[in-house]
Design a protein around this ligand. Structure first.
Ligand SMILES: Cc1cc2nc3c(=O)[nH]c(=O)nc-3n(C[C@H](O)[C@H](O)[C@H](O)COP(=O)(O)OP(=O)(O)OC[C@H]3O[C@@H](n4cnc5c(N)ncnc54)[C@H](O)[C@@H]3O)c2cc1C
Length: 464
């Protein structure tokens, strides 16, 4: 059965696929502009890769955590304030430790050993220009110190989600950023103690998608998995699971690129070359394990352990173990054994800790579920994410870099709209320098709402 051509007011019908931050932001803005917009979401909850949990009385994030990752959070803060949510800003003076088989060493000692060349950025650029992947860059710059080599390899793998040998050398900006961060964390900045600025939401980041979904007058159709797209006459026809068909004048696809392979796009929809490029975008494999912790004498906030990078939440009651690359592909068995392996290193660095974990559970796909012990989430195994976030894979950097202007809005060429009928949003489509963040998802939703509005000004209502 095919349903829905024009709404009662005969407005063009806009369908958004995906109720993550990008889709919800776009839907909210389009609704504010007076458009007829409906969201279809595969899961039974809003938020996509934002998934908050409760452990005891505290909140933790199995997905996106820090709204300030790689940016100032301008778009996120505007939305958070507009929806009257409570931002939690914190910058703790971090102390950092690196623990390996032999010992736990403070970062200041490790970084202090590095003979910082007069211009590290220039050196990175030079090395990157003749390297085929990011691991080669790390190897050449830190080759004299195995500890630094190991720290940067591990930190980069976690930050980007993929092993550095699969990343394009232009990802040196992340390497440089991590270097500056570690330097800041170890020695402080201009006399002030070092730290990472963080911005989360009081009561869990899920508050943002939940608040946005509450604002949508037509609600969200949950459990609706898009499986095929075709064009019939002037309409887009979308097929969902259970063979339900819906017609739309305009569609906005906000799903991760890793999901395009599951959808059948007829040849009269997205051009083959563009679709091929979209499907080829690389995704990280990050996982998180969260667990309650009581520290007697807190020694450090941030640690690099053999398999994980780890940190404490704002009230020091939940620890996150975070990793990417090959290590990020977890199931219950491997999560449990990795966790058990890693705890002795945590104790080595932290000293007296109390962890009340009898069992490890896999996180439910429900916002704000409560857990008593450890909970993990492996995003590569999530059927509606199939990865953690996009990054610059080898051979994929150039296609992500090209930016064009459409109706006065910047768009990454690979995600250019198709005939003013198919639009793309999501963290991977952002025109901000850093992909793969909460901010980039929100930015893309804001920009696509503006672009759809602009293209609708010339919309031919007789299309119905
Ligand atoms: C472990 C982890 C840690 C992170 N940490 C941070 C951080 O600290 N700071 C930061 O800024 N960012 C972080 N991120 C990234 C951030 O969470 C994402 O960039 C952002 O949430 C992506 O939003 P989105 O709307 O682009 O995509 P999504 O949230 O993935 O939304 C897409 C939606 O589409 C739905 N969907 C998929 N397929 C279909 C289909 N066929 N039919 C219908 N619906 C479909 C999905 O269910 C999903 O709800 C992290 C991500 C992960 C996984």
């Amino acid at each position: 059965m095919t349903t829905g051509s024009f709404s009662s007011e005969n407005k063009p019908k806009i369908i958004i696929i995906g109720a993550g931050l990008s889709g919800l932001t776009a839907a909210y803005r389009l609704q504010q502009m007076g458009h007829d917009v409906q969201v279809y979401e595969a899961r039974h909850r809003p938020g996509g890769r934002v998934l908050s949990v409760k452990i005891g009385e505290s909140y933790g994030e199995l997905g996106g955590e820090n709204f300030l990752d790689g940016n100032e959070g301008r778009y996120s803060l505007k939305l958070i304030r507009e929806l009257n949510l409570e931002p939690l800003h914190f910058k703790k003076p971090f102390s950092c430790i690196y623990a390996n088989d032999e010992q736990a060493t403070s970062f200041s000692e490790i970084i202090g050993k590095f003979k910082n060349p007069p211009n590290l950025w220039k050196l990175l650029e030079e090395v990157a220009s003749c390297s085929i992947n990011l691991q080669e860059v790390i190897d050449s710059v830190f080759n004299e110190d195995p500890e630094l080599l190991s720290i940067f390899t591990r930190a980069l793998t976690t930050y980007e989600g993929s092993d550095p040998e699969t990343l394009h050398p232009s990802s040196i900006d992340s390497l440089y950023e991590i270097f500056l961060l570690f330097q800041d964390l170890s020695v402080g900045n201009k006399g002030k103690p070092g730290g990472v600025k963080r911005l989360c939401l009081k009561g869990g980041n899920a508050k943002l998608p939940l608040a946005l979904s509450d604002k949508l007058e037509r609600g969200i159709q949950y459990g609706s998995v898009l499986t095929a797209v075709r064009k019939e006459q002037q309409k887009m026809v979308l097929t969902f699971n259970a063979n339900q068909e819906i017609c739309a004048d305009i569609i906005l696809l906000t799903i991760p690129c890793s999901l395009y392979q599951n959808i059948e796009f007829a040849s009269n929809t997205i051009p083959q070359e563009q679709l091929f490029d979209i499907k080829s975008i690389q995704y990280g494999t990050n996982s998180k394990i969260l667990f309650p912790i009581i520290l007697k004498n807190k020694k450090c906030e941030f640690m690099i352990l053999p398999h994980f990078v780890s940190w404490l939440n704002e009230d020091d009651s939940i620890m996150t173990f975070y990793m990417g690359g090959k290590q990020g592909i977890l199931d219950l068995k491997s999560a449990t054994s990795l966790f058990d392996e890693e705890i002795p290193f945590l104790i080595k660095g932290e000293g007296d800790i109390r962890i009340n974990v009898n069992k490890m559970e896999e996180g439910n796909d429900i916002q704000l579920s409560s857990y008593e012990g450890a909970v993990f989430k492996s995003w590569i195994n999530d059927p509606y994410a199939k990865g953690s976030y996009s990054n610059r894979g080898i051979g994929r950097s150039a296609i992500l870099n090209e930016i064009i202007t459409v109706r006065g809005e910047e768009v990454r060429n690979i995600f250019r709209p198709v005939r003013d009928q198919i639009f793309f949003a999501g963290e991977h489509t952002t025109t901000l320098p850093v992909l793969g963040t909460l901010e980039s998802a929100i930015e893309s939703g804001e920009r696509m709402a503006r672009l759809i509005e602009k293209s609708l000004k010339g919309f031919d209502i007789s299309m119905g």
